[in-house]
Design a protein around this ligand. Structure first.
Ligand code: NAG
Ligand code: NAG
Ligand code: NAG
Ligand code: NAG
Ligand code: NAG
Ligand code: NAG
Ligand code: NAG
Ligand code: NAG
Ligand code: NAG
Length: 775
């Protein structure tokens, strides 16, 4: 599909007689070229959940608590609420589903309709016109056909905690708007017939023109640690209309009544309106604290008298404030779409969950003072997304870390995959990395002593029942997973025993990296002996599972025997994970026989089709050539992946976006460097994509200007200088970019000897075939 350069309503033909009377141009100020390149449909497609970015064309500002999206199907773990292949819209959903593999929680759905009020999902769907659907980051609209032969022009914008919907009814007999509080909740794609009935409630106040309610749905509760059930969790909402109700009622399990309240499963409430052509504005405040708080959120963020245009403009300005910080020269239109859409994806998660300086904590089921976030996919985001946030949203990072420390105080551990509360998904306690990286990069504003305490606990205390629980991915009815198998690390010489624990080989490697993060933090805090201990463990552990006989990493059992090359991997295999020692690449190179042999193993990995960029364990691998003296191969591989795995269509992401990590890979790669070892404060140089990128980093006086003349066609780096000083090594330090400055690449059409000191003795510079020939 052709890039969908986002269209302003005024650029659309005014074919709808009921087009809004307000000057539509008002939506689109301030002018911002960059925001208009965002295509929220990218990443919505894919044949399988794995092959989809899992992104939805949602409307919300950066890091919004609630994202609003046209609902085309029921969402659950592995299914998003909008699928671009669908032809009907069943409402407008305020969703908290942060990624395709996570479930929904506390959502509310606003459903317009005409005629007999329909609450059931299938009955309330309306065919919509794809040709006139408008999808932007700050405004969405679609034209729906009602069952009684009329039309509804539905428009949507949102602030962080309030959705704004406007329904313009045309030729409809009996317009209504329904609020769905509770639905039948599918427990997962494995068994779509396995449903639960979460409880909801509805209250209708015609005087105030409000429909309020609650929804206790939380699809991920089954993987909550047993010690913290978040029993009291609810989404609360307060929907306020601008038109008087003609009549109203509630519907429970398909049966309507004229009551003003209802509670239980399958509950909705509705109001009907003047049958004449009419426009209904409804603002929906959302809260995790209470209905009163939802109402306060509404009054704070979109007070009475605010137009949908005002809200759309405010939200557009919030995106522009970030997007306009980066100007690209020499990028194609498609590349701009990929860049700014990736940028937009990186600034959605984690999402803020505090309201008026208070937040609901699922860990202790109560409300606290403070700033809070949820939606942390840390196994993914510690790689590059967190580095991107430190550069482009540094104002958020102290709050994001403080929020993790609150999780520690309230639940006993730092989060792993936090979706309301932490769940046992993936392996490693990479919150350690997020904290160490922030400290190394000079972020302040969170409690360092508490951070150390929490990180030290991760690194030293095994989870409950460690020796008898496998802690497989998303295992139900267990406690916090954290470093499952850590007890066997103490018993062996550093590895997680594969006969006791799932994913033992990946755990061994990931815990080693996390130990390195602990070392980095200890060093920053002058904790010398702890620093030495964790550095030693982080350097020893990875090679305790390196099988010299095969040349690959391999899981081991408690008694030291090898567990087999296919055992013990987390979403990957021996190929990817044998490169997973990002904190000690020189050690890894030595183990794999030195630079030439290491480069050959990388060639085998890529040429053999083993690199799987659709999943995170492969993300850093193309950058490793550069650390073995074959920078030109990194340049080729990075450019090739950027083309093959990213595009402008709904299927434009080859794998799940994973809360911004897929996007962050492309963004850093486009700039010309990537954080292979995030806590080192170093970036490894690749191949910049564009002629020139000018970046106005938040809080930095001097622009960061990356110049690379010829880069669009010449992918090889001939030389590199930073602020005039030439650089011989393919390593850029955080300090060299975070304060602005000039990075100048000289590009070339052919592989160049720059940063290429290993294989210099070879007769010619490396190309794919070179290493196949070398013995
Ligand atoms: C979208 O819908 C199509 C058609 O039902 C389906 O094949 C595809 O898997 C869906 N995509 C996602 C990401 O669920
Ligand atoms: C999709 O991902 C899941 C979870 O990682 C995995 O179990 C499954 O094998 C994958 N399916 C495909 C078709 O890749
Ligand atoms: C439905 O899913 C839940 C959560 O995974 C599980 O406990 C329950 O046994 C399942 N029920 C059926 C009938 O499969
Ligand atoms: C809804 O109603 C149907 C019959 O109309 C009944 O079989 C079903 O159990 C009800 N569901 C709930 C959750 O009450
Ligand atoms: C609809 O409009 C007609 C003509 O203006 C008016 O007579 C009628 O009262 C209106 N209906 C309602 C319910 O307001
Ligand atoms: C730990 O194991 C004991 C004994 O099997 C069991 O009773 C307890 O519930 C387990 N605790 C957790 C948190 O899994
Ligand atoms: C660590 O020691 C150095 C040198 O003595 C000192 O400058 C720094 O402030 C100390 N840092 C902390 C966190 O104590
Ligand atoms: C780790 O400590 C042990 C024991 O002191 C030592 O033998 C080993 O060389 C150390 N390893 C590293 C990588 O420093
Ligand atoms: C391997 O390559 C790296 C990066 O170019 C270089 O620093 C190192 O000295 C090389 N090692 C050897 C043994 O040549």
């Amino acid at each position: 599909m052709k890039a969908r350069k986002v269209l302003a309503p005024f650029a659309l033909p005014f074919v709808f007689a009921w087009a809004p009377k307000q000057a539509p141009a008002a939506f689109w100020q301030p002018p911002s070229d960059s925001v208009d390149y965002i295509n929220p449909l990218i990443g919505n497609g894919g044949d399988t959940p794995n092959g989809s970015g899992g992104m939805i064309p949602s409307t919300a500002p950066p890091f919004a608590m609630t994202r609003w999206v046209a609902q085309t199907r029921q969402n659950y773990v592995s299914v998003t609420p909008y699928n671009h292949t669908d032809t009907t819209i069943h409402g407008f959903q305020g969703t908290h589903q942060p990624a395709i593999w996570m479930g929904e929680s506390g959502q509310v759905v606003v459903v317009p309709g005409s005629g007999r009020v329909q609450s059931q999902f299938h009955d309330r769907g309306m065919v919509f016109d794809k040709a006139t659907e408008v999808i932007t980051a700050s405004y969405y609209s679609a034209n729906l056909q009602t069952n009684d032969g009329g039309n509804i022009h539905a428009e949507q914008s949102a602030t962080s905690r309030v959705g704004y919907l406007r329904f313009s009814f045309k030729s409809t007999q009996a317009p209504y708007v329904l609020l769905e509080a509770s639905r039948a909740s599918v427990m997962g794609s494995a068994d779509p017939n396995n449903v639960t009935y979460p409880l909801g409630s509805i209250y209708i106040d015609p005087e105030a023109k409000e429909i309020t309610g609650t929804n206790a749905e939380r699809q991920d509760f089954i993987i909550d640690p047993v010690s913290t059930p978040a029993r009291g969790f609810k989404g609360y909402f307060c929907a306020r209309f601008d038109r008087p109700f003609l009549s109203w009622g509630v519907i429970q399990n398909g049966t309507a009544s004229e009551d003003s309240s209802a509670a239980g499963p399958l509950v909705s409430g509705f109001a009907t309106f003047d049958p004449n052509d009419t426009t209904i504005n409804v603002r929906v405040g959302v809260s995790f604290i209470s209905i009163d708080q939802a109402r306060r959120n509404l009054d704070n963020e979109i007070p009475d008298g605010t137009t949908l245009e005002d809200t759309a403009m405010t939200t557009r300005a919030a995106w522009a404030e970030k997007m306009d910080r980066v100007q690209l020269e020499g990028a194609t239109e498609d590349e701009k779409v990929i860049f700014y859409t990736g940028f937009y994806h990186t600034l959605q998660y984690p999402y803020e969950t505090s309201e008026d300086g208070k937040y609901y904590s699922g860990y202790d089921d109560s409300v606290h003072e403070g700033v809070s976030y949820s939606g942390y996919s840390i196994w993914d985001t510690f790689r590059a997304e967190s580095a991107w946030l430190i550069l482009f949203a540094p104002e958020r990072v102290p709050g994001m870390i403080t929020s993790m420390l609150q999780d520690y105080k309230e639940g006993g551990w730092l989060p792993m995959w936090k979706n309301i509360i932490g769940s046992p998904s993936f392996v490693g306690t990479h919150a350690d990395s997020l904290i160490a990286e922030a400290v190394v990069k000079g972020i302040t504003g969170f409690e360092l002593d508490l951070a150390w305490e929490a990180v030290l606990k991760d690194a030293t205390i095994p989870p409950v029942n460690d020796s008898t629980t496998s802690y497989f991915d998303r295992e139900e009815n267990v406690n916090y997973e954290v470093r499952a198998g850590l007890s066997s690390v103490y018993d062996t010489n550093g590895w997680v025993a594969s006969d006791i624990h799932s994913e033992a080989a990946s755990r061994t490697l990931d815990y080693a990296y996390d130990d390195y993060a602990v070392y980095v933090l200890a060093k920053a805090l002058n904790k010398t002996s702890e620093a030495a201990f964790f550095l030693n463990r982080s350097l020893e552990a990875p090679f305790s599972i390196f099988n010299d006989a095969t040349g690959f990493m391999e899981a081991r059992n408690a008694d030291g025997s090898w567990a087999g090359e296919d055992a013990g991997w987390t979403e990957g295999d021996k190929w990817a994970y044998s490169f997973d020692v990002v904190h000690d690449i020189p050690g890894l190179i030595a183990k794999r026989g030195g630079n030439v042999s290491f480069v050959r193993s990388l060639e085998e990995h890529f040429n053999g089709g083993h690199n799987d960029h659709t999943n995170e364990p492969s993300h850093h691998i193309p950058y490793l050539y550069a650390l073995a003296g074959a920078a030109s191969k990194t340049q080729e591989r990075v450019r090739s992946i950027a083309k093959s795995d990213y595009g402008t269509s709904p299927t434009g992401l080859a794998g799940n976006e994973d809360c911004g990590q897929m996007g962050a890979w492309w963004l850093f790669s486009a700039l010309g460097f990537y954080p292979v070892n995030p806590v080192s404060g170093e970036y490894i140089v690749g191949s910049p994509f564009f002629e020139k990128v000018s970046i106005d980093l938040p809080g930095v006086d001097r622009p960061l200007v990356i110049t690379a003349h010829g880069a669009p066609s010449d992918i090889y780096v001939k030389s590199l200088s930073i602020n005039g000083a030439p650089l011989d090594e393919p390593v850029v330090f955080h300090d060299e970019i975070a304060r602005g400055g000039d990075i100048v690449f000289e590009m070339s059409a052919n592989p160049e000897p720059w940063a290429y000191n290993t294989v210099v003795s070879l007769p010619f510079y490396p190309t794919s075939s070179t290493f196949d020939d070398v013995d």
